[in-house]
Write a protein that binds this ligand. Structure first.
Ligand code: SAM
Length: 261
């Protein structure tokens, strides 16, 4: 009796970083990946961030002929933020998201390739690669993008590290309790407010901030200076921008000044 070889047909899915607001920040590798794919998967996060949708649409229009690809949309599962069972709620939410991604990818016909277009860089505060990693028989290709951190650095003409020194990338929630003592250059993302501005004066007396909202886009707003001097201005700019557009995405570098300056 001859052996039967069962060969699983695997699909390829590209996870493409599309930059953080400037369509010119798309890499050449991202463009060639985009031009290869049959299906673009779109996760609707239910936010009023039309600009995010607009960037995605503009990129597709610039680099693909209309009608030469399919778009498959699905709504991102909603996380239960009311329960006190935080961990259980997050696990449940991640499971539902995983099931959704698996279902979307399963819709690829044999030989078709798909793409998830990810804001900024897929390697930074984005769960797409993690969710796809759990799907069997799927070749996942990650195409890096210009993250909001790089866009912020460029907008302020910054070098993020100082010579031979580390840089920490963290969240607003993490710095709300205080700045780490052993790092002098801290990039803060995912801050629902202005955590740096609420820190005690003594903690930020020797700290400069380089702040940017909607960085890379036509609506970019920037501000920089010693925290104690510019924090109220940044609070005001942030509140105004948020009011005007209905949403905000901002990132900032906190940089401790050397003791001898
Ligand atoms: C879910 S994370 C996604 C990060 C993304 N993968 C990246 O590489 O930039 C969202 C956070 O990224 C930052 N962000 C994204 N786009 C931004 C922009 N254009 N300007 C400033 N901050 C931005 C904000 O800190 C926001 O809270």
């Amino acid at each position: 009796v001859g052996a039967t070889n069962v060969v699983a047909v695997s699909s390829t899915v590209y996870v493409i970083g599309i930059g953080s607001g400037d369509p010119e920040h798309l890499t050449l590798a991202a463009v060639s990946a985009l031009q290869k794919v049959d299906v673009v998967f779109v996760i609707d996060k239910g936010e009023v961030k039309e600009d995010l949708v607009a960037l995605r649409t503009e990129i597709l229009h610039r680099h693909r002929e209309p009608g030469s690809y399919r778009v498959v949309e699905a709504a991102d599962p909603v996380r239960d933020r009311t329960t006190p069972e935080y961990t259980a709620a997050v696990v449940d939410w991640q499971d539902r998201r995983g099931a959704l991604y698996a279902e979307m990818v399963a819709g690829l016909a044999p030989g078709e390739t798909g793409a998830f277009l990810v804001w900024g860089d897929p390697a930074l505060y984005d769960g797409t690669l993690r969710l796809l990693a759990d799907i069997p028989d799927l070749d996942v290709v990650s195409i890096p993008g210009i993250s909001s951190v790089q866009a912020l650095a460029a907008a302020h003409r910054l070098i993020l590290n100082r010579v031979g020194r580390p840089v920490l990338i963290t969240t607003g929630r993490r710095i709300a309790g205080g700045l780490p003592a052993d790092v002098d250059d801290i990039v803060v993302m995912l801050d629902g407010g202005t955590a740096f501005a609420d820190l005690p004066d003594a903690e930020v007396a020797d700290v400069d901030v380089y702040w940017g909202a909607y960085v890379g886009s036509a609506d970019q707003v920037l501000a920089a200076g010693p925290v104690l001097e510019v924090r109220d201005e940044i609070r005001r700019l942030r509140a105004e921008a948020r009011e005007r557009k209905g949403w905000i995405m901002d990132t900032y570098l906190l940089r401790r000044r050397p003791a001898d300056r």
